[in-house]
Design a protein around this ligand. Structure first.
Ligand SMILES: [Fe+2]
Ligand SMILES: [Fe+2]
Length: 190
């Protein structure tokens, strides 16, 4: 099967964006003083490297090449964000990490839906799991900043926060029957 162009692009972008995320979390963890949070961010970095491996395995199965352009672009983005964590204070790296994770949830659910459209369901479990993992990351970052006085302002301007998310995925649905997962329950439209 030749993946749809949209799916090819989603896979290539996710593969490279996971590297950007991992790089960013290296800088983020390095800039943190709280040991407990540092440990959690290190774990999130590991999760992103795992995602990158999983995405590559799927790409290889369909002969989807790694995009050199995305690799370069996200390398620079990841390193830039990672370095900026040392200078912009504690709130913003956490806020934008949470906001980014929120968007990533649907990327994986959309991949699943594109595969399903082509009649392929064997990646459902891993793609849904990765989506849920991103939601766990989102929830974690939100938990760190939800009581900050800056939250109200950032949510108004950047459209993510306590009452706004880019998906409707609920971590409590982790073990839900995959047949009941659809765009109504996830908020992820193709
Ligand atoms: Fe990820
Ligand atoms: Fe993540």
């Amino acid at each position: 099967m030749q993946p749809q162009p949209e799916l090819t692009d989603l896979l290539q972008m996710a593969y490279s964006a996971e590297k950007a995320a991992a790089f960013a979390y290296i800088g983020h963890a390095g800039s943190l003083k709280n040991e407990e949070v540092k440990k959690a961010v290190n774990q999130i970095e590991t999760d992103e490297w795992n995602h990158r491996r999983e995405v590559l395995a799927i790409m290889n199965e369909y002969n989807v090449p790694v995009s050199k352009w995305y690799e370069l672009r996200f390398h620079v983005i990841g390193r830039t964000i990672g370095a900026s964590c040392y200078v912009i204070g504690w709130f913003m790296p956490i806020y934008f990490a949470g906001r980014l994770e929120s968007g990533n949830v649907c990327e994986y659910i959309r991949m699943k839906d594109y595969f399903n459209k082509a009649g392929i369901t064997k990646h459902d479990k891993i793609l849904y799991e990765m989506g849920i993992k991103e939601r766990e990351h989102e929830d974690y970052f939100l938990s760190l900043i939800k009581d900050s006085r800056l939250m109200f302002f950032f949510e108004k301007v950047f459209g993510w926060g306590k009452s706004e998310s880019f998906n409707q995925v609920n971590v409590a649905d982790k073990n839900k029957d995959l047949n009941t997962i659809n765009s109504n329950s996830t908020g992820c439209k193709l």
